[in-house]
Ligand binder design. Structure first.
Ligand SMILES: C[S@@+](CC[C@H](N)C(=O)[O-])C[C@H]1O[C@@H](n2cnc3c(N)ncnc32)[C@H](O)[C@@H]1O
Ligand code: SF4
Length: 335
């Protein structure tokens, strides 16, 4: 990341945090934009490929990017579905760069060999790795491992940092050591996230064959590995939080004593331009369409839940709830 962009993300986060603390006008510093629901895979825990496949066109995407930029967002996550399926994906990334965003992308990388040029301007790539080839295929399908490791090597050679996301399921609960050794050999880092259930964008459920104590032991184990300096991107606060989560079959709860930073500090936009405080509340809260509305004025500032173990949202939330520790660790991890 260039210094100017790092400084811009840091300043935007500072403004977001201040607005969160004083309950001021929402000022998200980060937005995740799912550019399409379409996908070439059918992972067992994901519902995107079964949602409406219609995408916005480039001009409409541009309207939304400019709106995000005007409202102070500086970190842009482009995701899906599988965003590499969009022919204009490279142009969207370049447009994001022209507008001054730090641009991260989530992709399964199975289409990288055919369309690698689409990622040439990106700042950071998140991909998915659920363990060794067998564990990965068990959760994500027979073609899901094809070309992924080769793509990671190529991206790293092009000096584009790569973070692998491992969804922790019955298939991957014993795969952490394999992934960490692979990450050490190849030069990427791993973010682990629990399988999230009970919302429109996901499917399946957490099996009762794995006990809550087994899941907690998994997160405690990762905390130990993180202390040893293994390449785990997930923050210490996040790992501690998950090591104490009560029931992994429940992804989110409403607790009136807690305030969630979703919508204030970060935002999610679906492939039709409908914005939600976070992806987890899609289907549970009314959207604000960003083609025609300003989030800051139109949002009712309420979330249906206030405490969750939804991977990326929990990390973002900790940046607001334990700002000193989490922001310092994030700064060290990314820069
Ligand atoms: C929705 S995918 C979109 C990007 C791309 N198609 C991919 O798979 O990397 C973004 C991330 O969410 C993860 N994911 C999907 N369903 C999930 C669930 N139920 N719980 C937790 N993470 C999930 C995926 O494994 C992936 O790492
Ligand atoms: S997790 Fe990613 S690759 Fe798998 S079905 Fe969902 S969008 Fe597609």
């Amino acid at each position: 990341m260039r210094l100017a962009e790092a400084a811009a993300v840091g300043r935007a986060y500072g403004a977001s945090l201040l607005s969160f603390l004083v309950d001021g006008t929402p000022r998200p510093f980060s937005a995740t934009f799912a550019l399409t629901n379409r996908c070439n895979l059918r992972c067992e825990y994901c519902n995107y490929p079964y949602l409406n496949p219609k995408d916005l066109d480039f001009e409409q995407v541009d309207v939304i990017l400019r709106r995000l930029q005007a409202m102070g967002v500086r970190r842009l996550g482009l995701a899906g579905g599988e965003p590499m399926l969009r022919k204009d994906f490279g142009h969207i990334i370049e447009r994001g760069k022209e507008l001054g965003f730090f641009v991260a992308v989530n992709t399964n990388l199975t289409l990288y060999e055919r369309f690698s040029e689409r990622l040439k301007s990106v700042d950071l790539v998140y991909t998915s790795l659920d363990g060794d080839a067998d564990a990965h295929r068990a959760a994500r399908g027979s073609k899901a491992y094809d070309g992924v490791l080769e793509a990671i090597v190529d991206l790293l050679q092009a000096r584009i940092p790569v973070i692998a996301i491992c969804v922790v399921t019955e298939h991957s609960v014993d795969q952490a050591e394999h992934l960490l050794q692979q990450a050490e050999r190849m030069g990427f880092r791993v973010h682990f996230q629990p399988q999230c259930t009970d919302t429109t964008i996901v499917r399946g459920h957490v099996p009762d064959t794995v006990s809550n104590e087994r899941w907690r032991a998994f997160w405690r184990g990762l905390l130990e590995q993180k202390k040893k300096g293994r390449p785990i991107l997930s923050s210490t606060s996040y790992l501690r939080f998950l090591a104490e989560w009560g029931d992994f079959a429940v992804s989110a709860i409403y607790d009136a004593t807690q305030k969630c930073a979703a919508g204030r500090g970060f935002l999610y936009i679906d492939p039709h331009g409908d914005a939600y405080a976070c992806p987890y509340v899609k289907g549970k809260a009314e959207p604000i369409n960003l083609l025609t509305n300003d989030w800051r004025e139109a949002w009712n500032r309420q979330t249906p839940c206030t405490r969750c173990m939804v991977g990326p949202m929990l990390e973002f939330n900790l940046l607001f709830q334990r700002p000193m520790a989490s922001a310092l660790e994030a700064a060290r991890s990314y820069w």
